[in-house]
Design a protein around this ligand. Structure first.
Ligand code: AMP
Length: 280
């Protein structure tokens, strides 16, 4: 497996491979887990070359403490990627990606003002900026993302459409721990008690889904979720929302296009999760 810290050396490696090779890109912030590796596997199945980027992108952190405390496990990540058969890792430092403070801002209209956008101002602009840079540098054939960051995927779809990037996007299923908790790099920061409490988000989604599918009123389900989360000491619910899976517009109707999204804190750690109503 090749390892690059510099844009120029990665570009030289890719250009040696020629124009006709298919490249799969898996952008990550490192602290890898099986969810990330499932994206690598998908890319390996469908491309001749798989590149994984590892970059804790300062531009997408609205909270400096969150950036500082974000887990960084580069040596372990590189070992995991080697074992997964990834072909190249791109792990630039912040100076390599941002020579100076970025001035470009993205505005995705309503899409970046709702859900995560409402609680993390500027977050999606930072995500779009770094992903656009990766697309320019790596020119992937297919880029892989996880459904866990559902709104992020919608943002990147818009980015690709509006900037006419010539590539395909794929959204892959959420990998979960045995008790349902969505795998996340941030889970590493949970202590044992918090780790147990963190399952409340998935449990709430599952219960809400069951209740909605059996005809319970949305307003009642909202109350149940709120109560369920608030009854656990140290849990703070940011939102529980129903949205249309195509455009993420909030919805008050239950159809097979409805997605349930949840976000909140376990102690100091903010987690997100989602569930499609028609998912098994
Ligand atoms: P991150 O390193 O958290 O920025 O995530 C990098 C990519 O992995 C994103 O596209 C995420 O949506 C995806 N990802 C994160 N967690 C999971 C998971 N539990 N299952 C599948 N994909 C995931």
């Amino acid at each position: 497996m090749e390892f690059f810290k510099e844009i120029q050396s990665l570009k030289a490696f890719l250009s040696q491979k020629g124009n006709s090779i298919s490249i799969g890109l898996v952008p990550t912030m490192g602290a890898l887990h099986a969810g990330h590796l499932s994206l690598i596997e998908a890319s390996k199945r469908e491309n001749q070359l798989t590149v994984c980027s590892i970059f804790v992108n300062p531009a997408q952190f609205n909270n400096p403490k969150d950036l500082e405390k974000y887990p960084r496990t580069l040596n372990r990540d590189v070992e995991m990627l080697k074992n997964s058969g990834c072909d190249a890792v791109f792990a630039p430092d912040a100076k390599e990606m941002y020579e100076s403070e970025p001035t470009i801002k993205f505005d995705f209209g309503e899409l970046d003002k709702i859900l995560e956008g409402k609680f993390r101002p500027g977050h999606f602009s930072g995500v779009a900026l770094v992903v656009a840079k990766f697309f320019h540098i790596i020119k992937p054939t297919i880029a892989y993302f996880g459904q866990k960051d559902f709104q992020q995927f919608k943002i990147i779809e818009r980015l690709v459409t509006e900037l006419k990037f010539d590539l395909q996007l794929k959204s892959m299923p959420i990998l979960r721990e045995a008790d349902g908790l969505a795998m996340s790099s941030r889970n590493m920061r949970l202590n044992e008690t918090e780790r147990k409490k963190a399952t409340v988000f998935y449990q709430s989604l599952s219960e809400a889904k069951k209740l909605l599918n059996s005809g319970k009123k949305i307003s009642q389900v909202r109350d149940i979720v709120k109560q369920k989360c608030e009854s656990v000491d140290g849990i703070k619910l940011d939102y529980f929302e129903l949205a249309n899976v195509e455009n993420l517009k909030p919805t008050e109707s239950v159809t097979d296009k409805t997605i349930l999204l949840i976000a909140g804190f376990v102690g100091e750690i903010r987690l997100i999760d989602n569930l499609l109503l028609n998912e098994n």
